[in-house]
Design a protein around this ligand. Structure first.
Ligand code: NAD
Length: 309
């Protein structure tokens, strides 16, 4: 099957694709001959109606990753084109980043590094004092693939108590994971020591965490958002951090990305920024690449892709 790979994928996934498919690579001069494409793999490449119209033989758009906002799904479907993604490939990488950010905030790791680089007169200064995660309460907003994974790891490995706010998860499901379901976001905000957001960006979740929600949090609370920019209100978070209303915060996602270096949040010493790095691991890249290739192979073999959207 003639497969156009528009964005770079891992060498392992590319070798795998080449052994099963007739691959046209992102750096080949042939890549602009869109009309020959029967399958495409995209990461950020935009599959607009105009682009889709240039591929009359296209049967499948395989997204390398989860978010499909770069693909016009209704239009692709109207042309009988399958759209797939790799929903579980990066879950563990994002979960591990959340845990890393939680430790970074409570132990002030980045701030400690800055202090060392700037020169210190004595060890263990009080202003770098942190706290332990053990036996604290982790508040999860959203317990889908990523939230659930974070909760299980921190419960099993660090004896954290897990509370969850997710209107689409039943009490029985929460209990089966060892999590306690909170009926309201306010309750979660007021009880969590670490609060981590793992929900899609929708009209309900935009600005879901703003000044009112932050005002309910403990002074020792840490807020982490790795889901999408705009779910945590950046202006309100900035005011809260400047006034030490909460202990710290970490964002992997911003309203405007890549985050600009003069963003006000970056002036807060109790704030950690990462540049949408959640899935940026060799492991996730291999899983996403091979997962996307496998969906095309399934279609080629007359089977149904696993992740029909
Ligand atoms: P998922 O679909 O498995 O889970 C999302 C959960 O959010 C579901 O359980 C859903 O019930 C819940 N939810 C929806 N609306 C809610 C609301 N109003 N209040 C509370 N809960 C709500 O998704 P996932 O794979 O766990 O991903 C979560 C987020 O992480 C997504 O936004 C995704 O785009 C993002 N993500 C970021 C990166 C990164 O690099 N930073 C990588 C992968 C995914």
């Amino acid at each position: 099957m003639k497969t156009y790979i528009f964005d770079p994928i891992s060498p392992e996934a590319l070798a795998y694709a080449r052994s099963y498919l007739d691959v046209v690579c992102w750096d080949s001069s042939e890549i602009v001959n869109y009309a020959n494409a029967e399958a495409v793999i995209v990461r950020t490449f935009k599959m607009t109606p105009m682009m889709i119209d240039q591929m009359p033989n296209l049967k499948i758009i395989a997204k390398h990753g989860v978010g499909v906002d770069n693909i016009d799904i209704p239009y692709a479907k109207s042309k009988g084109i399958r759209v797939t993604n790799t929903p579980t490939a990066n879950m563990n990488s994002v979960a591990e980043l959340i845990i890393g950010l939680a430790f970074n905030c409570v132990r002030r790791i980045t701030q400690s590094q800055m202090a060392v680089l700037n020169g210190l007169e004595k060890n263990s200064p009080m202003y770098l004092s942190g706290y332990e995660l053990a036996e604290k309460t982790l508040g999860l907003i959203g317990i889908g693939k990523i939230g659930m994974s974070v909760g299980k790891k921190l419960h099993d490995a660090f004896d954290m108590k897990i509370i969850a706010y997710d209107p689409f998860a039943t009490t029985d499901y929460c209990n089966s994971l060892g999590f306690a379901k909170t009926e309201s976001l306010d309750e979660l905000c007021s009880k969590g020591d670490i609060i981590s957001v793992s929900v899609p960006l929708t009209k309900e979740t935009r600005n879901m965490i703003a000044s009112r929600e932050i005002s309910l949090m403990k002074e020792t609370a840490v807020l982490i958002n790795t889901s999408r920019g705009g779910i945590v209100n950046e202006d309100d978070l900035y005011k809260a951090l400047k006034n030490h209303k909460i202990f710290g915060a970490a964002l992997d996602v911003f309203v405007q990305e890549p985050v600009r270096k003069n963003h006000p949040l970056l002036s807060c010493d109790n704030f950690i920024a990462t540049p949408h790095n959640g899935a940026n691991t060799t492991d996730a890249l291999i899983r996403m690449g091979i997962g996307a290739v496998d969906e095309i192979i399934r279609l080629k073999n007359g089977e149904n892709p696993l992740s029909g959207l």
